[in-house]
Design a binder for this molecule. Structure first.
Ligand SMILES: Cc1cc2nc3c(=O)[nH]c(=O)nc-3n(C[C@H](O)[C@H](O)[C@H](O)COP(=O)(O)OP(=O)(O)OC[C@H]3O[C@@H](n4cnc5c(N)ncnc54)[C@H](O)[C@@H]3O)c2cc1C
Length: 420
């Protein structure tokens, strides 16, 4: 079935890489497909690592994207536990950590992101954790269980999605939790202050303590163990374990080494790609968390660090590699589960981009849809414990049509009726 007329290589075996490999075969590509990943595990999904798997509800096997046998059946050659360490775009080769040289006709960089590190004293202590990989989640699961048993204290740096989801998991194990966050509300840069407060209330009701307006300055330890966290306002928080959940940085090292165009860190970083997910080298593509793509609809360059972008971006890049006409214009989408709150968010409305936020439903009961508007046009929508509205919200965003905020707020007006 496989012929050697062309070799497509994928660096990165996360969701974007695995879905790209699957798509190449689904679209009938008969050349070699080689998937390289520095992790030893077969490609897996990360959302359960801070939710069902961390909570002990999901089995380890449930996180994998495909059955291991799928790769052999689909003739996808795996190099697991092997980093790609050098990329030569002129020779069209990738070198692996063990020295293996692989030639490609087209290459996809799906190298994802890695947790940002705290650069303060004490980060080398054994009780300081990050969460990105399955192995991290395995370890953290044990830590949360023992904190719960021993009435121990977890202090989290960062009230972003991962910090909040781990806080919820930690509380379900019975651990004490404090979150230190420089902004005045959780998720401030994503939801703004109006909706961020929802998550303050939710977590406070579940016993999480917040310390807003402060940053970690030191993790104090003794004999390798964490004892406390100091913050820049002079406070000291007792701690047995610490989670650094201060965001993720795109893994652009290979692209930079190869001289590909990369976006400045100050502008979000990532490998610069066009709407077809092609880098500055016509034979190299990038998708998933690492790609900063020209978004045809939003008319901006965007790096989206969410599951749906890897799920859809990997296949889009694969189709572009096959020469199909691709314009990747998916509306950014993500979801989260914390305690009994489930939510989905579609769109892009960073603080400063919107002039109005309106809600439909019961905010107090946490069953509502929030809408971020700019001059009456919908930029983003978030449904909280309300389901099956994502398609309509995305249609409203995509239409760009001015909306009547009164109707948007009125549950007696069907949302679909507002789509022009
Ligand atoms: C704990 C957690 C929970 C999340 N929850 C949600 C959620 O609820 N909702 C949501 O929308 N999103 C969520 N996300 C985000 C989502 O998981 C990511 O957007 C998605 O994993 C991105 O997929 P990717 O394939 O681009 O990158 P990754 O999943 O990071 O995969 C990239 C892979 O490439 C490997 N790699 C990197 N460099 C090299 C190299 N040089 N050589 C070989 N291999 C390399 C990496 O080790 C990694 O295995 C979560 C993320 C985490 C970490």
């Amino acid at each position: 079935m496989v012929d050697a007329h062309q070799t497509f290589v994928i660096v990165g075996g996360g969701l974007a890489g695995a879905k790209a490999a699957e798509t190449l075969r689904a679209e009938g590509f008969t050349g070699r497909v080689i998937l390289i990943c520095d992790e030893r595990d077969h490609p897996y999904e990360r959302p359960p690592l801070s939710k069902g798997y961390l909570l002990g509800k999901d089995e380890r096997d449930s996180v994998f994207i495909h059955e291991p046998a799928f790769y052999a059946q689909a003739h996808i050659e795996l190099h697991l536990g092997q980093p790609a360490v050098h990329l030569d775009p002129a020779a069209k080769t990738v070198r692996l950590g063990d020295g293996t040289l692989i030639a490609y006709d087209k290459l996809l960089l799906a190298t994802g992101a890695e947790p940002r590190r705290l650069h303060i004293p004490g980060t080398g202590l054994a009780g300081v954790h990050h969460l990105r990989r399955l192995a991290h989640a395995e370890r953290l699961r044990g830590v949360l269980a023992s904190l719960g048993r021993d009435n121990g204290h977890l202090v989290i740096a960062g009230a972003g999605w991962i910090g909040l989801e781990v806080a919820a998991a930690a509380r379900s194990y019975g651990a004490e939790v404090t979150i230190v966050e420089p902004q005045p509300t959780p998720l401030h840069g994503i939801l703004g202050p109006e909706l961020g407060a929802l998550f303050t209330d939710l977590h406070s009701e579940h016993g999480v303590r917040f310390h807003f307006g402060a940053r970690f300055t030191e993790i104090v330890g003794h004999d390798g163990m964490v004892l406390a966290v100091r913050t820049d306002d002079g406070e000291e928080h007792p701690a047995h374990d610490v989670l650094a959940a201060i965001g993720a940085a795109p893994r652009t090292a290979l692209a930079e080494q190869a001289g590909l165009d990369v976006v400045d860190r100050a502008d979000g970083g990532g490998i610069a790609v066009d709407a077809a997910l092609r880098t500055s080298d016509p034979y190299i593509y990038a998708a998933g968390d690492v790609a900063a793509a020209d978004h045809p609809l939003l008319d901006t360059r965007l790096r989206v660090e969410h599951w749906a972008n890897a799920l859809n971006g990997g296949p889009a890049a694969a189709r572009a590699m096959l020469g199909q006409d691709v314009s990747y214009d998916r509306i950014p989408y993500f979801f989260s589960d914390q305690y009994d709150l489930g939510m989905e968010y579609s769109g892009y409305a960073p603080p400063g981009s919107y002039d109005q936020v309106v809600c439909r439903g019961d905010v107090g009961k946490r069953e509502f849809i929030a809408f971020w508007l700019s001059e009456g046009r919908l930029l983003a929508g978030m449904n909280v414990n309300v389901w099956d509205v994502t398609d309509t919200v995305q249609q409203l965003i995509r239409s760009g049509a001015p909306l009547d905020p009164e109707k948007l707020q009125d549950p007696s007006v069907p949302l679909e009726s507002l789509v022009p």
